[in-house]
Design a protein around this ligand. Structure first.
Ligand SMILES: N[C@@H](CCC(=O)N[C@@H](CS)C(=O)NCC(=O)O)C(=O)O
Length: 272
């Protein structure tokens, strides 16, 4: 599928993005490209179908993780680094602020989300969505699929998701981090319109990919009564045309959760 926006009409895009849903790591470069108005060939890999471990994709990224972006003869991996590349290489609205302290804050939040908060969101997502999505398949086929995964740590994550064996301790730690992350986001967003500066930036793109479904997935921790600044911020990002176009590419119930943000008020007592 080809996404031709402002600049790319009539031209073959020089960018190909291999991605899954507009969610977490895949959604970061998708949304950055769309915000910049960069045309790209979209190559959807069905993570639940193990497309990311098939030879065609391993020829692009031997680690078998998504996303990956091809720009001309360059192959780029690591979602946050790809976003920074996209912002620097292509024209369009800048997604990094000019002030050095704001730039530091963008990078601080992205590191925090990528290394500390994101893996906890991911563990919860894998235990409630990815694992249950594949569990009913033939166990022999599943084991063969897991054996083909190149990275040992991803094999471990898949096995735990399939068998529902994330330990009570690691799930409790993930829940603790999500709760703390929500408090930190609320505090930061009470100080300025966007997460890291007064302009929309890569930190907001990164954060939205992590937090877009918070009022649905953590209704007792994040709602209009308890975290009004997070809700204001999520709705402002969801209202952007690039976000709407990006999330329209979603195919699963996972990303359809974003429509909760269309509700004008999500109260503390409301569990959707
Ligand atoms: N640090 C990498 C992580 C990439 C990654 O692990 N992506 C996940 C999806 S969010 C993946 O490819 N999982 C597939 C698998 O483990 O089989 C990035 O930010 O791009």
């Amino acid at each position: 599928m080809q996404h031709l926006q402002k600049e790319g009409v009539g031209l073959m895009p020089s960018v190909t993005l291999y991605h899954w849903e507009p969610n977490a790591n895949s959604g970061k470069p998708m949304l950055a490209l769309m915000e910049k108005g960069v045309a790209f060939n979209s190559r959807y890999l069905d993570l639940i179908n193990f497309d990311q471990h098939k030879p065609e994709y391993l020829a692009v990224n031997p680690q078998g993780t998504i996303p990956a972006m091809v720009h001309g003869d360059r192959v780029l991996t690591e979602s946050t680094a790809i976003m920074e590349y996209v912002d620097e290489v292509f024209p369009g609205p800048p997604l990094m602020p000019g002030d050095p302290r704001d730039r530091w804050r963008v990078r601080w939040w992205m590191k925090f989300m990528d290394q500390w908060l994101g893996p906890s969101f991911s563990m919860i997502g894998w235990s409630v969505f990815v694992g249950p999505s594949v569990r009913s398949r033939d166990p022999k086929e599943l084991e063969a699929a897991v054996e083909r995964i190149p990275l040992p740590e991803r094999r471990v994550a898949w096995r735990k998701a399939i068998t529902g064996q994330f330990s009570a301790e690691e799930m409790a730690e993930s829940r603790r981090r999500v709760a703390q992350g929500i408090r930190m986001l609320e505090q930061e967003l009470s100080q300025r319109p966007w997460l890291a500066s007064n302009q929309y930036s890569l930190a907001d793109i990164n954060g939205f990919n992590l937090a877009y479904a918070l009022p649905l997935s953590q209704p007792t921790l994040s709602n209009d009564d308890l975290t009004p600044n997070i809700l204001r911020w999520l709705r402002a990002i969801y209202a952007r045309p690039a976000t709407k176009a990006c999330w329209a590419l979603g195919r699963t119930s996972l990303v359809k959760r974003v429509t909760i943000l269309e509700q004008p008020h999500i109260g503390g007592g409301q569990v959707a």
